[in-house]
Design a protein around this ligand. Sequence first.
Ligand code: GDP
Ligand code: MN
Length: 396
Amino acid sequence: MNLHEYQGKQILNSFGVEIQRGIVATTPEEAVAAAKKLTEDTGTGWHVLKAQVHAGGRGKGGGVKLAKSLDDVKRIAGEIIGMDLVTPQTSAEGKRVHQILVTEDVYYPGDSEPEEYYMSVLLNRSTGRNMIMYSTEGGMDIEQVAEETPHLIFHEEIDPATGLLPFQARKVAFNLGLSGKAMKQMTKFVSALVTAYEKSDSALFEINPVLKTSDDKIIAVDAKVSLDANALYRHKDYMEMRDKREENPVEVEAGEVGLNYVDLDGNVGCMVNGAGLAMATMDLIKQSGGEPANFLDVGGTADAERVEAAFKLILKDPSVKAILVNIFGGIVRCDRVAAGIIEAYKNMGNIEVPIIVRLQGTNADIAKKLIDDSGLDVQSAVEFQEAADKVQAVLA
Ligand code: GDP
Ligand code: MN
């Protein structure tokens, strides 16, 4: 589950990670009040206004702006709140900004220049260990750094038996070229960050940039935090951070009826039971020249109600031109699934998209007969390839 920057920073801060301080606002008036409060608390003269949407690259899209007066705060807040922010990570329509984070300015001049670093904590799937990935090249596109100057990206793996060892945190600070007070601050920052990652059951932390201020403080200026949804039951307070406005509405609806649905770009709707079969089905559609419109796992109980809910979800996507139902009847018998499909089809009235049904497993023959005799515009198939070919035939 992805979080907004302000929520991610809240979690970081609760584990002692230093952050650029800020207050959320939903109107220009609230933004001005937030700015005044931040000046009182931190002494900051300037403020930064940051759009809160689930997408990176906000700065490039005009979603992060510096305000040098309260008049600026009011005007810029008015511009950002309500805008459809387009960044390299959003669609062309962009993302509607409902709230902004008003922060202290941390790029103030001082004894040295502020420096930006990149740091993330994530699972290295090939070793099964968490690792810190970091670079001196912060503040910019890390994908570009990885492509052009890969030697400037460092990794530090964490042994699950010992956790992060003190020398490892020092090594990170050293590789970033730090010394003296900044080195000590970075060492603290890194160990607090790893603790926060582990304790919050996160799947990804990406802090870009981590800033060394001109007076050698190390702070998180940005925070991309993705929580492991499977561990959310252990964090009731994080569960409340979910912002459904940032998610695909059809996927949210699917979640509410207990279906596993992921929206894709193709034109063949898929209704499958079991994630493995769903993936195999998508592969087969692609191999036969089609493009899956979605991933949909209806789970173990493919009864009429679930099948109907699944049909409705698939048909919400106007690009769907055919539906392939591919269900293995192991625990649930195929004839029951077939009856469910027929009932759902009748309940829904006019489905204009052709449907191809492949049922394999217990009572598959009875199921095929039920479909064939139903008089509905539903074609049955026995073999996997046959099903995919029939889909291609109706698309042609
Ligand atoms: P992103 O563009 O979505 O990654 O948003 P960030 O939170 O990383 O902010 C984008 C950029 O805004 C940073 O890389 C900084 O250059 C700039 N920025 C962020 N905070 C401050 C600040 O306090 N003062 C100034 N002057 N610039 C800031
Ligand atoms: Mn950033």
